[in-house]
Design a protein around this ligand. Structure first.
Ligand code: HEM
Length: 125
Protein backbone atom coordinates (compact mmCIF):
# COMPACT_ATOMS: atom_id res chain seq x y z
CA UNK A 1 0.00 0.00 0.00
CA UNK A 2 1.19 3.55 -0.75
CA UNK A 3 2.29 5.93 1.98
CA UNK A 4 -0.37 7.96 3.79
CA UNK A 5 0.65 11.32 2.21
CA UNK A 6 0.58 9.74 -1.27
CA UNK A 7 -2.86 8.23 -0.61
CA UNK A 8 -4.26 11.60 0.48
CA UNK A 9 -2.69 13.58 -2.38
CA UNK A 10 -3.43 11.04 -5.15
CA UNK A 11 -7.07 10.82 -4.05
CA UNK A 12 -7.29 14.62 -3.84
CA UNK A 13 -5.98 14.91 -7.40
CA UNK A 14 -8.48 12.28 -8.56
CA UNK A 15 -11.35 14.16 -6.88
CA UNK A 16 -10.40 17.47 -8.51
CA UNK A 17 -10.09 15.74 -11.88
CA UNK A 18 -13.69 14.55 -11.44
CA UNK A 19 -14.68 18.00 -10.11
CA UNK A 20 -13.20 19.81 -13.10
CA UNK A 21 -14.86 17.45 -15.59
CA UNK A 22 -18.13 18.08 -13.71
CA UNK A 23 -17.49 21.84 -13.90
CA UNK A 24 -16.91 21.66 -17.65
CA UNK A 25 -20.10 19.61 -18.01
CA UNK A 26 -22.02 22.30 -16.04
CA UNK A 27 -20.57 25.06 -18.21
CA UNK A 28 -21.28 23.19 -21.44
CA UNK A 29 -24.89 22.40 -20.57
CA UNK A 30 -25.63 25.67 -18.76
CA UNK A 31 -27.15 23.63 -15.93
CA UNK A 32 -25.55 24.84 -12.69
CA UNK A 33 -28.15 23.31 -10.40
CA UNK A 34 -25.65 20.88 -8.82
CA UNK A 35 -22.87 23.45 -8.36
CA UNK A 36 -22.88 23.21 -4.52
CA UNK A 37 -22.06 19.49 -4.85
CA UNK A 38 -19.28 20.29 -7.33
CA UNK A 39 -18.00 22.97 -4.92
CA UNK A 40 -17.87 20.50 -2.01
CA UNK A 41 -16.17 17.82 -4.10
CA UNK A 42 -13.44 20.32 -4.96
CA UNK A 43 -13.11 22.04 -1.60
CA UNK A 44 -13.42 19.06 0.74
CA UNK A 45 -12.16 16.42 -1.70
CA UNK A 46 -9.28 18.39 -3.18
CA UNK A 47 -8.32 21.38 -1.04
CA UNK A 48 -8.92 19.84 2.41
CA UNK A 49 -7.47 16.43 1.50
CA UNK A 50 -4.41 18.08 -0.07
CA UNK A 51 -3.76 20.06 3.11
CA UNK A 52 -4.06 16.83 5.11
CA UNK A 53 -1.68 15.05 2.70
CA UNK A 54 0.90 17.83 3.01
CA UNK A 55 0.54 17.72 6.81
CA UNK A 56 1.24 13.96 6.83
CA UNK A 57 4.18 14.38 4.41
CA UNK A 58 5.79 16.97 6.67
CA UNK A 59 4.90 15.22 9.95
CA UNK A 60 6.15 11.61 9.65
CA UNK A 61 5.25 10.74 13.26
CA UNK A 62 1.60 11.49 12.49
CA UNK A 63 1.73 9.50 9.22
CA UNK A 64 3.18 6.50 11.11
CA UNK A 65 0.50 6.58 13.81
CA UNK A 66 -2.24 3.93 13.89
CA UNK A 67 -4.91 6.58 13.21
CA UNK A 68 -3.49 7.86 9.91
CA UNK A 69 -4.94 5.18 7.59
CA UNK A 70 -8.37 5.09 9.29
CA UNK A 71 -8.34 8.88 8.97
CA UNK A 72 -7.74 8.54 5.23
CA UNK A 73 -10.59 6.05 4.70
CA UNK A 74 -12.96 8.08 6.88
CA UNK A 75 -12.14 11.24 4.91
CA UNK A 76 -12.66 9.56 1.51
CA UNK A 77 -15.95 8.11 2.75
CA UNK A 78 -17.07 11.50 4.02
CA UNK A 79 -16.36 13.16 0.65
CA UNK A 80 -18.19 10.49 -1.37
CA UNK A 81 -21.21 10.36 0.95
CA UNK A 82 -21.38 14.16 1.40
CA UNK A 83 -21.21 14.91 -2.33
CA UNK A 84 -23.77 12.21 -3.22
CA UNK A 85 -25.91 13.45 -0.33
CA UNK A 86 -25.84 17.04 -1.61
CA UNK A 87 -26.83 15.81 -5.09
CA UNK A 88 -29.73 13.87 -3.56
CA UNK A 89 -30.82 16.86 -1.47
CA UNK A 90 -30.65 19.23 -4.45
CA UNK A 91 -32.69 16.84 -6.58
CA UNK A 92 -35.24 16.49 -3.74
CA UNK A 93 -34.44 12.87 -3.01
CA UNK A 94 -33.96 13.28 0.72
CA UNK A 95 -31.22 14.71 2.90
CA UNK A 96 -30.27 11.70 5.04
CA UNK A 97 -27.08 11.00 3.09
CA UNK A 98 -26.04 14.68 3.29
CA UNK A 99 -26.53 14.57 7.06
CA UNK A 100 -24.45 11.38 7.40
CA UNK A 101 -21.75 12.82 5.13
CA UNK A 102 -21.54 16.03 7.11
CA UNK A 103 -21.16 14.15 10.41
CA UNK A 104 -18.38 12.04 8.85
CA UNK A 105 -16.71 15.22 7.57
CA UNK A 106 -16.80 16.70 11.08
CA UNK A 107 -15.29 13.48 12.47
CA UNK A 108 -12.54 13.60 9.84
CA UNK A 109 -11.62 17.18 10.65
CA UNK A 110 -11.74 16.37 14.39
CA UNK A 111 -9.15 13.62 13.85
CA UNK A 112 -7.07 16.12 11.86
CA UNK A 113 -7.21 18.56 14.78
CA UNK A 114 -6.29 15.79 17.23
CA UNK A 115 -3.33 14.80 15.00
CA UNK A 116 -2.03 18.37 14.94
CA UNK A 117 -2.40 18.73 18.71
CA UNK A 118 -0.71 15.36 19.36
CA UNK A 119 2.13 15.46 16.82
CA UNK A 120 2.50 19.17 16.00
CA UNK A 121 3.30 20.25 12.43
CA UNK A 122 6.62 19.29 10.91
CA UNK A 123 9.38 16.82 11.56
CA UNK A 124 10.73 18.43 14.70
CA UNK A 125 7.46 19.68 16.19
C1 HEM B 1 -12.24 22.88 -14.93
C2 HEM B 1 -12.40 23.48 -13.77
C3 HEM B 1 -13.71 24.01 -13.24
C4 HEM B 1 -14.85 24.37 -13.93
C5 HEM B 1 -15.10 24.33 -15.44
C6 HEM B 1 -15.83 24.83 -12.95
C7 HEM B 1 -17.11 25.26 -13.24
C8 HEM B 1 -18.02 25.74 -12.32
C9 HEM B 1 -19.36 26.22 -12.62
C10 HEM B 1 -19.99 26.28 -14.00
C11 HEM B 1 -19.95 26.60 -11.46
C12 HEM B 1 -21.36 27.18 -11.26
C13 HEM B 1 -21.24 28.71 -11.17
C14 HEM B 1 -22.59 29.39 -10.90
O1 HEM B 1 -23.65 28.76 -11.03
O2 HEM B 1 -22.56 30.57 -10.51
C15 HEM B 1 -18.97 26.37 -10.39
C16 HEM B 1 -19.19 26.65 -9.05
C17 HEM B 1 -18.25 26.46 -8.07
N1 HEM B 1 -17.00 25.92 -8.21
FE1 HEM B 1 -16.17 25.27 -9.93
N2 HEM B 1 -15.26 24.75 -11.70
C18 HEM B 1 -13.98 24.25 -11.83
C19 HEM B 1 -13.08 24.01 -10.82
C20 HEM B 1 -13.27 24.31 -9.48
C21 HEM B 1 -12.28 24.15 -8.43
C22 HEM B 1 -10.87 23.61 -8.66
C23 HEM B 1 -12.86 24.57 -7.26
C24 HEM B 1 -12.32 24.61 -5.87
C25 HEM B 1 -11.10 24.21 -5.52
C26 HEM B 1 -14.22 24.98 -7.59
C27 HEM B 1 -15.13 25.46 -6.67
C28 HEM B 1 -16.38 25.92 -6.98
C29 HEM B 1 -17.30 26.49 -6.00
C30 HEM B 1 -17.04 26.68 -4.50
C31 HEM B 1 -18.46 26.81 -6.68
C32 HEM B 1 -19.73 27.46 -6.10
C33 HEM B 1 -20.64 26.36 -5.61
C34 HEM B 1 -22.00 26.89 -5.18
O3 HEM B 1 -22.66 27.56 -5.97
O4 HEM B 1 -22.42 26.57 -4.07
N3 HEM B 1 -14.43 24.81 -8.93
N4 HEM B 1 -17.83 25.86 -10.94
Amino acid sequence: MKSVPTMFLATAAFFVLLGMIWGIQMSATGDHSLSPAHGHLNLVGFVTMSIMGIFYALTPAAAASKWARPHYFLTVGSVVILVLGIVMALTENGDVLAKIGSVLAVLSISIFLAMILKFGFGENA
